[in-house]
Design a protein around this ligand. Sequence first.
Ligand SMILES: *Cc1c(COP(=O)(O)O)cnc(C)c1O
Length: 397
Amino acid sequence: MSNSFEIINRIRLILDNVNEKDRISIHEPCFLNSNAKKYVNECIETGWVSSSGDWVLKFEKLISDFTGSKYVIAVSNGTDALRLSLYLAGVKPNDEVIMPPLTFVATANAVAHLGASPHFVDIEPQSLGISPNALQKRLDEVSIIKNGQVFNRFSGNRIAAVVPVHVFGLPSKIEEIKSICLNWNLPLIEDAAEALGSRVNKLDKKIHCGCFGEISTLSFNGNKIITTGGGGAILTNNELHAKRAKHLSSTAKISHPWRFYHDQIGWNDRLPNINAALGSSQIEKLEEKIIQKRILHSKYKNIFEDLKELEIISESKNTESNYWLVTLRLLCKNPEKIREKILQDAHESKIFIRPSWDLLNQLPMYKKSPSGELKEAINQSNRLINLPSSPQLIKNI
Ligand SMILES: *Cc1c(COP(=O)(O)O)cnc(C)c1O
């Protein structure tokens, strides 16, 4: 195995815009050469900084145009977007929601916030997303159908939805997953938090991640490909879901010039106008960021090409990744100790690279959640390292 300093030096070599002493993070926001200040200032000057204002509608339209999703509802963060989407899809207390264990904790938390439980199925190594085979196998193993609904025969609970995640921006095997969901009549909700700008090529069309599910979600947290400071969005082509999402995310208030009349228990999940203004300035830079990130990915790929014991993960055939986080995979046996050493040495030289998340099924609150065999997730989770991936780390093309 190459020495960890060789890996660190190679990382430094391709990052044009950093000096020896700079701290290098995994992903940082960038507002350079953008309308960020102009748009945010407009909110401050007019006083429209909070939950009403024109920027929210403008921002939703920009996301809709970019992704091709018919309806977009901006909300306060990606976790709330997921929770609301699951609620709209009919997830109720004691239900189970199928998801991969290799994802950010929010995917499971959103399910738990509704009193339901995650149900983990294994991933496949190429996209790091749900394995269609593992999904099919797990459903065959545990399901019984009662009144047209899928139940887990071991727990007795209803399986209410499937939530694939496009991990690090790599489109997962979404069409195969979708066809399994259709066969079982299970709602598909895509967690596309990391995949704004990732697409699947189908014949001569490019379909954006988040346009396969009945409902999908994005995040605009500070570390994502574009940010609103904090924020998220729900994508759907279903008008009823869109209307309910808007209504429930804005306290279920019936529009009226002076009355405060609410017809249900709603949430305050609105994205403030000032955040939508910032987000609108970010979308204007999104295509440029994706180009830069794809160049950054190919630079990493080239510089590590000759090392046999590791690889830079690339998009699967017929997909385009936004390469939100470029990811290195160690190919050796028993990679745990080697990875720990690389992380330690990198952190000492102020390159704050990260391992992929601890698997959710190993966290205390999800240890007892139902789960299929997770061989591949366990295998992969020990050998992944996310590399510095901010597009501004390399020279502008
Ligand atoms: C970031 C993220 C979320 C949650 O988004 P927040 O805006 O941070 O609440 C959910 N799922 C995945 C996969 C994420 O990466």
